[in-house]
Design a protein around this ligand. Sequence first.
Ligand code: FNR
Length: 191
Amino acid sequence: ASPKILAFAGSTRQNSYNQQLLNVAVAGARAAGAEVTVVNLKHYPLPLFNEDLERTAGEPEAATKLKQLFFEHDGLLIASPEYNSSITPLLKNTIDWVSRKVGDETPLQAYRGKVAALVSASPGALGGLRGLVHVRSILGNIGVIMLPDQVAVPKAHEAFDDNGQLKDESQQKNVSGVGAKVAAAVQKLAE
Ligand code: FNR
């Protein structure tokens, strides 16, 4: 069976650089034989996590649906923007809702044993690299196998051509390579 990868960006901004970058990585994963589901988190609107809300209203439908998607995939591709040197509230809030156990689910079922790789894009000089350190730490601590491969694309406002490809050839190759690496790692783990 081909590796199944769930891909999303930590931004729902129109023309998000990270969504564009995600698409490059996704193409790489598909070229390597993976079946990739790309999700825009704007279709999974979640309230800011609060345990009282969780207790009284239960799990929001969007969280249940997202969790189901996580259960159905073996790999994760995440494009993570950097806000104030760290992860976006959208991405953290999503990770938190999806981490919650409901009913007879096993703890952290959405994350344990999954393989993930990260990319980031930012108009700044570091490309969001400092945020990736935090995403790596958070996901690693809840059971995700984090691949060392990652790419941070600086000057993102100048980096893409009209077709959404990276103008810099080696950058384009490296980002699609990250997608291919996730596909290969999931495949290997399944053997
Ligand atoms: C930013 N941005 C930013 N960029 C960066 O490289 N390092 C940073 O620490 C920050 N901090 C930051 C904080 C907040 C609150 C905002 C709104 C933005 C800029 C950020 O990289 C830029 O808005 C990107 O365009 C966001 O990614 P998307 O939405 O294009 O994917």
